[in-house]
Write a protein that binds this ligand. Structure first.
Ligand SMILES: Nc1ncnc2c1ncn2[C@@H]1O[C@H](COP(=O)(O)OP(=O)(O)O)[C@@H](O)[C@H]1O
Ligand SMILES: Cc1cn([C@H]2C[C@H](O)[C@@H](COP(=O)(O)OP(=O)(O)O)O2)c(=O)[nH]c1=O
Length: 206
């Protein structure tokens, strides 16, 4: 938490885990409790970072290029939007942050975690979310939900083995920094997931 009482909350999980379905409920709950809220996403959140997102989602590239692009987008997003919002006392809800890079580029692509840690240090200068909601569910369930909902983008066309590794990457980050994370059993019903999410936010934000 910042000195002004604002919170930085990230939403994570494999594609189709249910982040987008629940971020709005958190937004509304916090607004009802009087918080001013910035709702944003990664890669993205600024004009430059949204342009990098479009390249990232639609062009083929190697894992180092992926990592450099998402960290470049993150740097702009942090400097231009997230840190200023937190210093104004706003609570920031961010659909994905650096755990996604460790899960997708690190565990999914097999890219060097030591390099990612170095980039994380340079780009974030120690800044981490106060709370990370990890929407966890088996990749086959997520794939079925995605298939029913939308056409896949470049990452979503990866196979189940890729998403198993990504899920394992999230589990690894959870094990390393348990105090920051709340694991949500995303295989449950919509209502049950929403209840878990709102409880985890209330536990942290009060
Ligand atoms: N708990 C749930 N039970 C059943 N379907 C769900 C649940 N959560 C999300 N879905 C559905 O799964 C699909 C993917 O959810 P979404 O929120 O877009 O995931 P993400 O943003 O994590 O990729 C959507 O069609 C959504 O309605
Ligand atoms: C932030 C981030 C996202 N990603 C990937 C995960 C997703 O497949 C994709 C975009 O995330 P997301 O916004 O969740 O996609 P959607 O709009 O389809 O719900 O980018 C990375 O590979 N590394 C990262 O660091």
């Amino acid at each position: 938490m910042t000195s002004s009482g604002a919170f930085f909350i990230s939403f994570e999980g494999i594609d189709g885990a249910g982040k987008s379905s629940h971020i709005e409920a958190v937004h509304e709950a916090l607004q009802q409790r009087g918080h001013r809220v910035l709702l944003t996403r990664e890669p993205g959140g600024t004009e430059l970072a949204e342009q990098l997102r479009a390249l990232f989602l639609h062009q083929s590239m190697d894992a180092l290029t992926e990592a450099l692009l998402v960290f470049a987008a993150r740097r702009d997003h942090l400097c231009q939007r997230i840190l200023p919002a937190l210093s104004r006392g706003e609570t920031v809800l961010c659909d994905r942050f650096t755990d996604a890079t460790f899960a997708y580029q690190g565990a999914g692509r097999g890219f060097d975690l030591a390099v990612l840690r170095q980039l994380e240090t340079w780009v974030q200068d120690g800044r981490q979310p106060d709370l990370t909601l990890w929407f966890d569910l088996p990749p086959d369930v997520a794939a079925a939900r995605r298939a029913a909902a939308r056409a896949p983008d470049r990452l979503e066309r990866e196979d189940l083995a890729f998403f198993e590794r990504v899920r394992e990457g999230y589990a690894q980050r959870f094990a390393e920094q348990p105090a920051r994370f709340a694991r949500v059993d995303s295989a449950a019903s919509m209502d049950a997931v929403r209840a878990q999410v709102l409880q985890a936010v209330a536990d942290k934000v009060g």
